[in-house]
Design a protein around this ligand. Structure first.
Ligand code: PXP
Length: 260
């Protein structure tokens, strides 16, 4: 399994003070030396963490492929096309969100997504679409011309983390805890089934399959069981653990759990 480490949160901490500490390039080196096989960063329209200069520096210094996430906003796409990352993952973006909520709506925004893919392909950049795990979204992603999909694992992760909130480092949401356990378990099973069938369909369509969002040291094993998924992009849980263990150990441990 290819492990993509998302280092946006290192920049979140830095931006809290607007100084160069922690240094994003140091995070890149440590992740790279300890098992990351890809670096994932998100250049948001509001630049709340990663800045344009970070993308340039990371691309200049990274020994690993850089998976750059961005929205379908035309201005951002022009910047990203010029930056020439190894791959772009198109994600939905809302100013008011805390993190990416749900996958990109590849039906509502089909013209915009098709245009974005074309623009990125003109710059020879392969494209992945961050989508909810449904058969329809896989088929539409293929029709629109993407090479890859990243399945949004947010629902799965929330459900798993709520049901296992007793485990250490369980980053569960505190909002939905009122649901009865049997209902949570049933929903969790359904969410795993959705991911499995979407991954199977995507692979049959010739798409590469990644997954990400909310994955952590406890729930990642469920994704390891789905053989069609060949890449995981993980940020929050690794950076959160690194506060206690250091980034090197946090990445090493996630790599150990994601070896196939
Ligand atoms: N993949 C994509 C497309 C994302 O937008 C994010 C969050 O920025 C992640 C993976 C990583 O999610 P998390 O930080 O919850 O591990």
């Amino acid at each position: 399994m290819k492990l993509g480490v998302n280092i946006d949160h290192v920049a979140v901490l830095r931006e809290a003070r607007q100084v160069n500490d922690p240094d994003i390039l140091q995070a890149l080196y440590v992740a790279c030396e300890n098992g990351a096989q890809q670096i994932t960063i998100h250049l948001r329209e509001d630049r709340r963490h990663i800045q344009d200069i970070d993308v340039k520096n990371i691309l200049m210094h990274s020994k690993l492929p850089v998976n750059l996430e961005c929205s379908i906003n035309k201005e951002i796409l022009t910047i990203v096309s010029d930056l020439k990352p190894h791959r772009v993952t198109l994600v939905p973006e809302k100013r008011e969100e805390v993190t990416t909520e749900g996958g990109l709506d590849v039906f509502k925004y089909e013209d915009e997504v098709a245009y974005a893919i074309e623009q990125l392909h003109d710059s020879l950049i392969p494209v992945s679409l961050f989508v909810d795990p449904s058969i329809e979204a896989m088929e539409q992603s293929k029709t629109l011309g993407a090479e890859m999909v990243e399945l949004h694992t947010g629902s799965f992760s929330n459900l798993f983390n709520m049901l296992n909130s007793n485990l250490p480092y369980s980053n569960h949401s505190v909002k939905e805890l009122e649901l009865p356990r049997y209902e949570l378990s049933q929903r969790l099973e359904e969410s795993i089934e959705d991911i499995k069938s979407a991954a199977t369909r995507a692979k049959k369509l010739g798409l590469e399959v990644a997954a990400g969002h909310g994955l952590n040291y406890n729930n990642v094993d469920e994704m390891m069981k789905i053989l069609e998924i060949t890449e995981l992009n993980i940020g929050q849980s690794i950076i959160a653990r690194s506060v206690f263990t250091g980034l090197a150990d946090a990445v090493k441990e996630m790599k150990r759990l994601t070896i196939r």
